[in-house]
Design a protein around this ligand. Sequence first.
Ligand code: 5GP
Ligand code: ZN
Length: 141
Amino acid sequence: MSRDPDCIFCRIVSGEIPCHKVYENEHGLAFLDVGPLADGHLLWIPREHVVALDDLTESQAADLCRPLPRLGRAMRDVLPAEGYNVLQNNGRVAGQEVMHLHFHLIPRTQGDGLGYRWHPGRYGPGRAEALVAALGGALGG
Ligand code: 5GP
Ligand code: ZN
């Protein structure tokens, strides 16, 4: 199993650094974020040290993501959560500060004041078609 001794989440996986763990399986563990955006804000992380989502194979991603619905259900059942956000940052530019892959599960309630800047744009002439060609080509679709 790959591990980075300098990685804070690897040290949580090994038990070197304590955490408030709520769930674990052979692929990952869920624990409370130390700086919660909301009461019950969870992190779900793989046991292996990988940095970004695209470092996983499809099969590894499927294994890792399988418990996400279960974690979401627990939030709705136990917390006063009317909904929740699953947030997963890849790369510093996207807000990733801990370079060990993780999913945030953030409980949401009416009027909680959480949110992010979301300013939808529009594609200029030909740009959508160019993207379909480039991304579709790369994906073999
Ligand atoms: P990122 O910005 O990388 O997506 O989020 C990293 C998250 O990890 C932050 O929300 C931060 O509060 C959390 N975090 C960082 N260090 C620790 C730690 O030692 N323990 C726990 N439980 N959470 C941590
Ligand atoms: Zn790590």
